[in-house]
Design a protein around this ligand. Sequence first.
Ligand SMILES: [Zn+2]
Length: 276
Amino acid sequence: MPRTVVFVHAHPDDEALLTSGTMAALAAHGHRVVLVVATAGEAGLAADGLRADLGERRLTELHASADALGVSRVELLGYADSGLAADPTPPPPPGRRPRLADAPVTEVAGRVADLLREERADVVVGYDAQGGYGHPDHVAVHHVAAAAQAMAGTPLLLEATVPRARLLAAARQVNRLLPRSRQVDLTPWTRAYSAAADVTHCIDVRRYARSRRASMRAHASQATADSGARTLGVFTRIPPPLFGAVFGREWYRQPGLTVPRRHRSLFATLPPRELG
Ligand SMILES: [Zn+2]
């Protein structure tokens, strides 16, 4: 039976890094995949020359990524990108939507809940409580997705995450391929995402490496920072066989659930749909 899954993401490119394989797999199996993105990612890192119209550029990249993954609908919430805590963006001018991290959770969640109802969504996907690596917009998405699920009565909430030990191992492997000056500082990653015991679902997406790579490549502006190695830029340069090994799985946690063995299907704990 075809299902509808709504993925809520903070910025363009988050879908590429965290859930693109699952999205491509669902679409390939005839399910409806809806992508909600809260901001245009205009405060993220990029080359200075791209700064002026960065938000617009990133939304174009987002649509190319969604096409590569077979997404049926892209919905933009239009909040301002909050930026990272050390370098927050100024509040937007009056009349514009606030930074996502400043917007009332109930307001943002209400808009997502309307979409969940309209889509009669079976599953809504948000982020873990850490907001992955702790970006305030990602923490906001954690709260928004949970509140929207409760408002709309969507049967299942899952949180995209990564077992942090696995992430660190993969990132160290990538770092080893790079000259020292381009290596990524992994210190913040030691507190990011989830402990292995809290991860309830592990989806094998090795067959969708081509779609994942196309999704990452679509976000060309993410790989253009003037200083240091950007995570996405590093990842898209991984040679294909290694790419499959590093990005062959995606992980989710179902809040409140503990499992002896991780579920292999996103729908493993979804209650049967009521008739009528
Ligand atoms: Zn993000």
